[in-house]
Design a protein around this ligand. Structure first.
Ligand code: GUN
Ligand code: ZN
Length: 432
């Protein structure tokens, strides 16, 4: 097989949701991934994959772990520099920390520098695909798309639109927002690895006319995605109730403008009702669960059990800068820890942590035929993890036997220093 490469390492991935399919989790202690022309040709035990490609060169990564590239379904690029503004709750934090920085994105060179560092941080943490809130300014949002293109990452993003309740510098008219969004869709939607998402910041900051404009964008460009926030904080929810008195609940505002469904990802949903959960499941809307942010902003403990029991599709997001960093490994650990101490505690096992950080996100973005696992035919998006030799993770792994031990240790201890190489569609996007 001309141009093929065999990567030899331990392999872990999920072919489906392990909660629904007991055979979904795949583990190969001495595993291999055969890749050719940026695609996965075969994955499995090294000895078997080797038989299919006896001549192909082998990259010997034994002692390390290969995972599918992480998919972060909720993150804000303009908030890179305000990570760590601790101690406030959502509306206060927006006013004091996040929105003043978002106003600075009017300066396109500042925005471009932020975008470049942002995509670098995604890659160096093993995130190969992300759904990203752009800026309120079209040039800054274009800078993100361009930085993502230069870094070869898969990015779904869009111009953030708002016309109420924010500092005036962040307001657009509906007409301007429509023109700017349409221009960005033409430039960046389905161009290379980038996709567009209509991005009303949240119902709290949008008029009905602005939400209707987002509905129009989706009607005119049916393959774009939608992203927003929902039910994060009680003061926010009260504000939405006041602004949309006809709506039976928060979700009903987005439903009224066709902003729910398979194409939509709504972040948080901490304070939700059973009726909303039923409708989220029926419309197959994704909730981006952002546990670190939920803790940092004091938003509350996400009712994951209720979401899963209702059949709502859930994926994982870091929510930088409300969240605490770019690591999807740490985010999965936070999800695990928060559920241990939640009102109905349960153990989120490691195959499900891996699923939430990879395939669940791919499914949220309708990219699961292309990425999210090591199934043959998919793009070779991968993270190669190998801890520094003298560190605690290496010590734990020396004793580990089996995937539970290995993944438990990795999710608990692996930081960005353990990320050795990251590839997207076979292209190296980061090497330590
Ligand atoms: N709701 C509206 N905007 C934001 C934001 O930037 N971060 C979070 N966590 N929630 C929001
Ligand atoms: Zn957010």
């Amino acid at each position: 097989m001309n141009g093929a490469e065999l990567l030899r390492a331990s392999l872990a991935s999920t072919r489906a949701d392990p909660a629904r399919d007991s055979g979904a989790f795949a583990w190969h202690e001495d595993g291999a991934l055969l890749i050719c022309d940026g695609r996965i040709v075969a994955s499995g035990e090294f000895s078997e994959v080797r038989r299919a490609a006896p001549e192909s060169p082998v990259t010997d990564w034994r002692g390390g772990l290969l995972l599918p590239g992480f998919v972060d379904t909720h993150i804000h690029f303009p908030q890179l520099r305000i990570i760590g503004a601790l101690g406030r709750t959502l509306l206060d934090w927006l006013e004091q920390s996040a929105l003043p920085e978002e106003i600075r994105m009017a300066d396109v060179s500042y925005a471009a520098d932020t975008a470049r560092r942002f995509v670098q941080a995604l890659a160096s943490h093993g995130t190969t695909t992300a759904m990203v809130f752009g800026a309120h300014f079209p040039d800054a949002t274009a800078a993100l798309f361009e930085a993502a293109g230069a870094a070869c990452l898969r990015i779904v993003s869009g111009l953030v639109v708002s016309d109420r309740a924010l500092p005036l510098e962040l307001h657009q008219t509906v007409e301007q927002a429509y023109r700017d969004s349409t221009g960005l869709i033409k430039r960046f939607h389905e161009a290379g690895r980038t996709l567009y998402a209509a991005t009303p910041r949240f119902a709290f900051s949008t008029s009905e006319a602005m939400l209707e404009m987002c509905q129009t964008l989706v009607r005119e460009h049916p393959t774009i995605r939608v992203q927003s926030h929902i039910n994060e904080n009680q003061a926010e929810i009260a504000g939405v109730r006041d602004a949309f008195p006809w709506a039976r609940d928060y979700l009903a505002v987005y439903e009224r403008y066709s902003l729910t469904g398979r194409h939509a990802v709504l972040a948080h949903n901490v304070h939700t009702t059973d009726a909303e959960l039923d409708r989220l499941a029926a419309s197959r809307t994704t909730i981006a669960h952002c546990p670190a942010s939920n803790a940092a902003l004091g938003s509350g403990i996400f009712p994951l059990r209720r979401h899963l029991d209702a059949g709502v599709h859930v994926a994982l997001g870091t929510d930088v800068g409300g969240g605490t960093g770019f690591s999807m490994i740490k985010e999965a650990l936070c999800a695990h820890l928060m559920q241990r101490v939640g009102p109905s505690p349960f153990v989120l096992d490691t195959p499900r942590m891996l699923y939430l950080a990879t395939l669940a996100g791919a499914q949220a973005l309708s990219l699961d035929s292309e990425i999210g696992s090591f199934c043959p035919g998919k793009a070779a998006d991968l993270v190669y993890l190998r801890p520094p030799e003298d560190g605690p993770l290496a010590a734990v792994l020396e004793r580990a036997s089996g995937p539970e031990d290995v993944l438990g240790a990795v999710f608990t201890l692996a930081g960005s220093e353990s990320v050795r190489e990251v590839r997207v569609g076979g292209t190296r996007v980061y090497a330590a």
